[in-house]
Ligand binder design. Structure first.
Ligand SMILES: [Zn+2]
Length: 189
C-alpha cells in the first residue's frame, strides 16, 4: 500500500522586506516504511500528532524522516520521531551512526531520496511511485505552484543555476510536485 498525505500544507507570506510568515509542508508517505518529509516549525508538534492520529499513527511509528534541507521551517519537530532514521543530503543518521550515500538512497521500491541542490546546496527531494504517477516532494526547490518562473524562489536560493538544474531534473520525472510552501500541483508536460 502506498498513500501520500499532506499533514500540514506549507505557506509563505512576505510581510515586509525582512519579515516572512512561513511554514514548511509536512508530508506523510505510508508504505512498508512510514516516512515523514520535513517536520515544520517548532510549535507545530500538536498539529502533527493530531494529523497522524487521523491515519492511526503515532510519531513512534515513523521509520524515516527526510529533511529536504536544514532551514528552520523544515526541521522543527525532528525530535518527535524517536524511532526514525533521519535522511539528509548524502547521509542517513540513526542515533549517532551515520551512513553516507552518493546519488540516491532507496527507502523501498516506491520511495527514494535524491540530491537536488540549489536552494540551500544541501537539498534533497523524495521521489514517490504511486498509482497516479510519480509524485516528487521537492522541498524549497519549488516554492509553490504559482512560482513556476522562480521569481520568489530565486530570492531564497543559494545557487539559482544549480536550483534550475534541479528543477529541470525533477520536472522531467514528476507528474506531481509537492512544493515547500504550497499545494501539490500537476506538472504540465
Ligand atoms: Zn522553507
Amino acid at each position: 500500500m502506498m498513500e501520500i498525505k499532506i499533514l500540514i500544507e506549507g505557506y509563505s507570506e512576505e510581510i515586509s522586506e525582512d519579515k516572512v510568515e512561513a511554514e514548511g509542508t509536512i508530508t506523510l508517505v505510508k508504505s512498508t516504511k512510514n516516512t515523514i518529509i520535513d517536520t515544520g516549525n517548532v510549535g507545530s508538534a500538536k498539529k502533527i500528532i493530531n494529523e497522524l492520529s487521523k491515519e492511526n499513527l503515532i510519531p513512534e511509528d515513523i521509520d524515516f524522516v527526510v529533511n529536504t534541507h536544514g532551514d528552520l521551517d523544515h526541521i522543527g519537530n525532528n525530535g518527535l520521531f524517536v524511532n526514525a532514521a533521519f535522511i539528509g543530503f548524502g547521509s542517513v543518521c540513526r542515533g549517532d551512526k551515520f551512513d553516507f550515500f552518493d546519488g540516491e538512497f532507496v527507502i523501498n521500491e516506491n520511495v527514494k531520496v535524491v540530491k537536488t541542490p540549489g536552494h540551500s546546496m544541501l537539498d534533497v527531494s523524495v521521489i514517490i511511485k504511486t498509482d497516479k504517477g510519480i509524485v516528487v516532494a521537492a522541498g524549497d526547490i519549488f516554492e509553490n505552484e504559482k512560482d513556476q518562473d522562480g521569481s520568489k524562489a530565486k530570492k531564497w536560493s543559494m545557487n539559482w543555476e544549480k536550483q534550475l538544474e534541479s528543477r529541470k531534473k525533477l520536472l522531467e520525472i514528476a507528474d506531481y510536485i509537492i512544493p515547500g510552501h504550497g499545494k501539490m500541483f500537476k506538472v504540465e508536460k
